[in-house]
Design a protein around this ligand. Structure first.
Ligand SMILES: Cc1cc2nc3c(=O)[nH]c(=O)nc-3n(C[C@H](O)[C@H](O)[C@H](O)COP(=O)(O)O)c2cc1C
Ligand SMILES: CCCCCCC(=O)C(=O)O
Length: 370
């Protein structure tokens, strides 16, 4: 029997996952838009923020819990990612089991390869909390039906993605003529035009063709009002990058904001999310929770986002690495690493809780100031 792999970091998971992913899937999961500057910047911007630790503050007892519409043990959740059955046979069902095992909230993508009903059923069995991410179709009835089905499946919040009026140009997907493998479908849809992705050709990935035929690029703040009239669930917007837009979101009555640039997959040259976070936090001024995603690769990154004032972070690609590496136990493994590294960072820098960390505005320093 081969001994189980020793996977100590998210990077270990990334490397290990490669053996289980065909090139088409690996490129789709990993890529950013255009020259991938924002993809790299999301990660490197964390490295330029450094921690100024306190000492001798008794960190024997630590409380890492936070309020995320409900109480959660750690400020770390699973970002929505599409097409998880390209990583492993059970796809989203394995992710929801990993979410339950690590007690993390999972945001399910509109574009899952398992229906929201099936994910919802599994979530109830394993005791996971799920939120649902929404894409707005040109045919509004499709979106309305998605909202009602997500509610019936037991989701606790809707997450409207606002950074995808059109699809970012992911060059690797175009070179690969990316399309969903034949045996997989957009499981939340029935009609062929919505459930199946066209075949890619040399000019455009099948994905690009699907988005331009189905997704509504006229999305604006009125769409948010429209969504509000269709649900009583909390509505969170994902993809806000500026304080002025955060104020508009507040005005539209949203219940939370996720600062996100879609993991560098939409507008290349956009600033990193950890760089965008302070402007949004200033504008919101604690009136609603603000989360962030993008480039979180260890527990110190979580610490830095939380120290700036974020309610917490979501992780995208690292969860896919866990899923592709070891299925549900890989998802739990990745989240477990982030949790223990976050806890460790709190202890080593002398904070006993998130509240205590957020009261100290001198904990971080930018490398350019040293
Ligand atoms: C393969 C992949 C698929 C994604 N699918 C979705 C999606 O369906 N809906 C969405 O709102 N965001 C989607 N995202 C963006 C993530 O939710 C998240 O913003 C991003 O992955 C965070 O960056 P990280 O991967 O560095 O953690 C996707 C990202 C990746 C990498
Ligand atoms: C309207 C844009 C949809 C992108 C869907 C999947 C995704 O978010 C990603 O690949 O990134």
């Amino acid at each position: 029997m081969p001994s189980p792999p020793v996977l100590l970091t998210l990077e270990d998971y990334r490397k290990y996952s490669e053996r289980n992913l065909v090139k088409l899937a690996r490129d789709y999961y990993e890529s950013g838009a255009e020259q991938e500057e924002t993809l790299r910047r999301n990660v490197s911007a964390f490295d330029r923020l450094l921690i100024r630790p306190r000492c001798l503050r008794s960190v024997e007892k630590i409380d890492t819990s936070v309020e995320w519409l409900r109480k959660v043990d750690f400020p770390i959740g699973i970002a929505p990612t599409a097409f998880q059955k390209m990583a492993t046979k059970d796809g989203e069902l394995s992710t929801v089991c990993g979410a339950a095992a690590s007690k993390s909230i999972m945001i399910c993508s509109s574009w899952s390869t398992t229906s929201i009903e099936d994910i919802g059923k599994e979530a109830k069995i394993v005791g996971a909390t799920i939120w649902f991410q929404l894409y707005v179709y040109k045919d509004r009835k499709v979106t309305e039906s998605l909202i009602h089905r997500a509610e019936a499946a037991g989701v606790e919040a809707l997450v409207l993605t606002v950074d995808t009026p059109v699809l970012g140009r992911r060059l690797k997907d175009t070179y690969n003529k990316f399309s969903l493998p034949k045996h997989l479908k957009f499981a939340n849809f029935e009609s062929n035009s919505q459930a199946e992705m066209p075949k890619g050709d040399t000019g455009e990935s099948g994905f690009m063709q699907y988005v331009s035929s189905q997704i509504d690029p006229s999305l604006d703040w009125n769409t948010l009002q429209w969504i509000r009239t269709k649900t009583k669930l909390p509505v969170i917007v994902k993809g806000v990058m500026r304080g002025d837009d955060a104020l508009l979101a507040l005005g539209a009555g949203v219940d939370g904001i996720i600062v996100s640039n879609h993991g560098g997959r939409q507008l290349d040259s956009a600033i990193a999310t950890i760089e965008a976070l302070p402007d949004v936090l200033r504008a919101v001024d604690k009136r609603i929770p603000v989360w962030m995603d993008g480039g979180v690769r260890n527990g110190r990154d979580v610490f830095k986002a939380v120290a700036l004032g974020a309610r917490g972070v979501f992780v995208g690609r690292p969860v896919l690495w866990g899923l592709a590496a070891l299925g549900s136990s890989g998802v739990a493994g990745v989240l477990g690493i982030l949790q223990s590294e976050f806890r460790h960072a709190l202890q080593l820098s002398g904070y006993r809780s998130v509240e205590e960390l957020q009261k100290d505005d001198g904990v971080l320093v930018h490398a350019s100031k040293l």
